[in-house]
Design a protein around this ligand. Structure first.
Ligand code: UT7
Length: 323
């Protein structure tokens, strides 16, 4: 059986760091409120002129370097983003050009904060079916461009950044002892789109629009949906949730991470959290957290890693990987 093994991980954050205290000078909020309600202490914000593809290319170069794979060996680039450089072409094609990849294909996946999990399903299936051997999967966002900086209920929550992984085909024996992606579960419920959306777009207002969210409602669904997808992924692999070594969640709110861990009886020491440093970077948040835990040596070869996310749509899902 063909498995998709992660050969390298990379991350990139814009230099510009904005702390809660700095934000409180421009927005009617406080460091205390943001920390208590979300766990966020700071976020990185792209400078004027800095594009999603700029962050993505840097993260991708680092992932390629870590994997020892040349851009010319890639068959496919999948970029998960909600904040493309332009409405079209796909940001993935800008990444392709700048990495010097002149063969294969490149396209974007749009599933908002769950984009990286959706992208993992796409990349893994391309590899499993033999359509690609080597895939670059990037989650990259400049969420700061979608924020209404007069809406304190949303603008304090998000940040910019990018994370990338290189996946490569490898032979496995089809058991859950194989290295690589064991399964990816993805879900959506379009009836709930009004709870988290952008109030603009090419076919409606003709403008980019701003992010709008019913935070409390999203929170309620997040814990339920994320927990269900973790259980579904673990059950499909025949692995008890307690045997998973590391949980790498979407970083929306520390209280969501804690609530999910409590609900499933997960030791919170196994949950990778970067929400304090990065805020919510949408599709970039899972690979940024993954890159952090790989770089600091927490994630080790052979361990079981569970990635999960929930976002606008609603979309949600989980991916179980043996590192
Ligand atoms: O990435 C996609 C998924 N997104 C999420 O998962 C986000 C999920 N939701 C959340 O994380 C939380 O619901 C929030 C962090 C957005 C809000 O936390 P909350 O505990 O649900 O607060 P709330 O919306 O109920 O607001 C409580 C109070 C309100 O004041 P009143 O009505 O009680 O007087 C708000 O007006 O806090 C006020 N408030 C603020 N105060 C200071 C809202 N935003 C702010 C702010 N600074 N930035």
């Amino acid at each position: 059986m063909i498995r998709s093994v992660i050969a390298g991980v990379g991350a990139y954050l814009p230099d510009n760091v904005v702390t809660n205290a700095e934000l409180a000078k421009k927005v009617d909020t406080s460091d205390e409120w943001i920390r208590e309600r979300t766990g966020i202490r700071q976020r990185h914000i792209a400078k004027e002129g800095e594009r999603t593809s700029d962050l993505a290319v840097e993260a991708s170069r680092r992932a390629l370097l870590a994997s020892g794979i040349d851009a010319g060996e890639l068959d496919l680039i999948v970029c998960a983003t909600t904040t493309p450089d332009q409405t079209f072409p796909a940001t993935a094609t800008a990444i392709q050009a700048r990495l010097g990849m002149i063969r294969g294909a490149a396209f974007d996946v749009q599933a908002v904060c769950s984009g990286f999990i959706y992208g993992m399903a796409v990349a893994d299936n391309f590899i499993k079916t033999g359509m690609a051997k080597t895939v670059l999967l990037v989650g990259a966002e400049t969420m700061s461009r979608l924020l209404d900086w007069n809406d304190r209920t949303t603008c304090v929550l998000f940040g910019d950044g990018a994370g990338a992984v290189v996946l490569q085909a490898a032979e496995g024996d089809g058991t859950n002892h194989d290295r690589g992606v064991l399964n990816t579960k993805i879900y959506s419920d379009g009836r709930l789109s009004h709870l988290l959306y952008v109030d603009g777009g090419p076919s409606t207002t003709g403008t980019t629009g701003h992010l709008r969210m019913e935070g409390k409602e999203v929170f309620r669904h997040a814990v339920t949906n994320i927990s269900a997808s973790i259980v579904a992924s673990a059950n499909e692999a025949g692995i008890p949730v307690s045997e998973i070594d590391w949980f790498v969640p979407h970083q929306a709110n520390q209280r969501i991470l804690d609530g999910t861990a409590r609900k499933l009886g997960i030791d919170s020491a196994k949950v990778v959290s970067t929400v304090a440093q990065h805020g919510n970077t949408s599709a970039a948040s899972v690979p940024l957290a993954l890159a952090t835990a790989v770089a600091d040596g927490r994630i080790k070869k052979g361990q079981l890693i569970l990635l999960e996310a929930m976002g606008g749509g609603f979309t949600w899902g989980a991916s179980l990987i043996r590192w």
